[in-house]
Design a protein around this ligand. Structure first.
Ligand code: ASP
Length: 371
């Protein structure tokens, strides 16, 4: 790690004095791996008080709630955010905090499990996938639809299996997974392919355009052909700048000219994820195309992402998308909206040149789209 980076991290840690809580596992002399759980908040850790309202859970009670954690031949430590957050309150600062924690503890742990609320987990996993460059260790997000203290909770299975995946090595001693992923309801999926699709049942996440990386049943069945490593030879580098001057513009029949025009000229706006119909189609109305074309001409990045869960944007397949292509709108192919918006935030934070950003938006950086 470069000296300047180390200094920045030291200052960060001084400002955030985390206590690591070590779980009383099988107390191994030769642990199979060292795992850091980063507890950010969400339903997972919410307890219920005597009036039936949700209240944050004291993580030192975790072994009481999930006793099977004791049997792991692992060293497991927990770092809890000072104030657990409902994931609706997650912001860019939290993503940078998660990245810096991973960077600071990277050499001391073999894998990382991030406990996070489900509502915005797909955004956080996408953001981290872009921010962690040269990642060679597993970063597995998980959470729960019911608090860990609830009788029918999914928290135990999600956490236990996420830890198992984060500690899994192949015969050569290398991690089986070294991507940012989400493990939930028996499925491991690439983080930047995930979307929350369900709020009441346990199958909260889907990866419509990329197969699951593993399924957990009696055994954890890895689909090795779909697991990728995006880490190179270099050391881990964590982006610590993101640009939040971005927004979504979701199209619908009858969308008003005034709304579109005023949105596209918002001061400081630098990037728009344009949520289009079908395979990337939009209205042909002159006022709409003129507004888009003018915005692109003024340097606004407009990224075409389909409102359909599955399939992809094919600009030029229909006249209604050819017109967008001609205005300079960039095709997001089969990227999710969550990955699209965080990718723009990341690129605006790290890249200076617009042509380079436009180029990278078309390419897969961390497996987020199929080229
Ligand atoms: N509102 C919660 C959150 O996202 C929901 C959950 O964790 O499932 O923080």
């Amino acid at each position: 790690m470069r000296r300047k980076q180390l200094l920045q991290l030291k200052i960060f840690l001084m400002m955030h004095p985390y206590n690591l809580l070590e779980l009383d596992t099988a107390a191994p002399n030769e642990p199979e791996a060292r795992i850091l759980i980063i507890y950010t908040g969400g339903t997972f850790g919410m307890g219920v008080d005597k009036h039936g309202s949700l209240k944050p859970f004291d993580f030192s009670e975790i072994l009481h709630e999930i006793p099977s954690l004791r049997s792991f031949n692992l060293i497991i430590k927990v770092l809890a955010f000072e104030k657990p957050v409902d994931s609706s309150d997650i912001n860019l600062g939290h993503w940078i905090e998660m990245g810096q924690i991973i960077e600071y503890y990277y050499d001391r742990f073999d894998g990382f499990v991030i406990l996070h609320g489900t509502d915005t987990m797909a955004y956080s996993a996408s953001a981290l996938s872009f921010m962690l460059d040269n990642l060679t260790k597993p970063v597995i997000f998980t959470g729960a639809q019911l608090p860990v203290t609830a009788p029918r909770t999914d928290a135990g299975d999600n956490l236990v299996t996420a830890i198992e995946i984060a500690s899994e090595r192949n015969e050569g001693g290398k991690p089986v997974v070294s991507e940012v992923c989400i493990y939930f309801n028996h499925h491991l999926i690439r983080g930047n392919r995930a979307q929350k699709v369900e709020s009441m049942h346990f199958d909260a996440f889907e990866s419509a355009n990329y197969p699951p990386l593993a399924k957990a049943g009696v055994e954890i069945d890895y689909s090795y052909q779909f697991i990728q490593s995006f880490g190179g030879e270099g050391v881990l580098h964590v982006a610590n700048k993101l640009d939040g001057n971005v927004t979504f513009l979701k199209l619908f029949p009858g969308i008003s000219e005034n709304v579109v025009k005023s949105m596209l000229v918002s001061p400081d706006l630098k990037g728009v994820v344009l949520e289009t119909f079908g395979s990337g189609n939009a209205p042909m109305a002159r006022w709409f195309l003129d507004a888009v074309s003018k915005a692109v001409g003024n340097g606004l990045l407009i990224y075409n992402v389909s409102q359909c869960l599955g399939g992809k944007v094919l600009q030029g397949r229909y006249e209604t998308s050819l017109a967008l292509k001609d205005t300079g709108v960039i095709s997001g192919k089969d990227i999710t909206s969550e990955a699209a918006i965080t990718k723009i935030m990341y690129l605006l934070g790290v890249e200076k040149r617009m042509d380079s950003i436009r180029n990278k938006l078309e390419l897969s950086l961390k497996g987020e789209l199929s080229e």
